[in-house]
Design a protein around this ligand. Sequence first.
Ligand SMILES: [Zn+2]
Length: 201
Amino acid sequence: MNTSDPTSTHTSRYCTHCGRALKACLCATLPRIANPTPLMVLQHPKERLHPKGTAHLLAGALELAELRVGSQWQEDEAVQQFVSHPPCYLLWPGEGALTLDELPRERGARFVLLDGTWRKCYRMLMENPALAALPRVALAPRSGHYHIRKAPFAGALSTLEAGYHLLCEWEQEPGRYAPLWDLFVRFNQQWLTFSQVNRGA
Ligand SMILES: [Zn+2]
């Protein structure tokens, strides 16, 4: 949706919803998906307007997803509320992380995703004991389709992909999230088009 005021030269080139340049904004094309499993996406401030970031698309497309920007969550009531109601899991691959099929099929399961570079997310975790204390889960290994941004490690996924795979694996109803994958495909196509234009192709 383009809600910016066309009479204002200052804001008219930017989406008032996501803050991105209108030519890079996908707000008008966001699906609205009723996801039974709530997600909380904690975004490092440096990531907020990163042109290749995808967390705002994930959160914008899901009814039960909240995107919060910051790095300190000890005083954040919404985050503390969310993480203090088990079963709550942190998507964080690594030693000790369970795969989704190892989790008990409890009602009300919810997941926290961190959005930022690996280093910034790691620091966020270290500085927020309530997050660090959450049981950790990992997605089944797969190769990411996020080729437009240098991946910090093999199999690294964009936040939009991670959320998509998480919900599909957990709920086992991938059809519900097909529009989310379509959104990811459009996002990638948009970037490939930009880079071709910039290379003069
Ligand atoms: Zn927008």
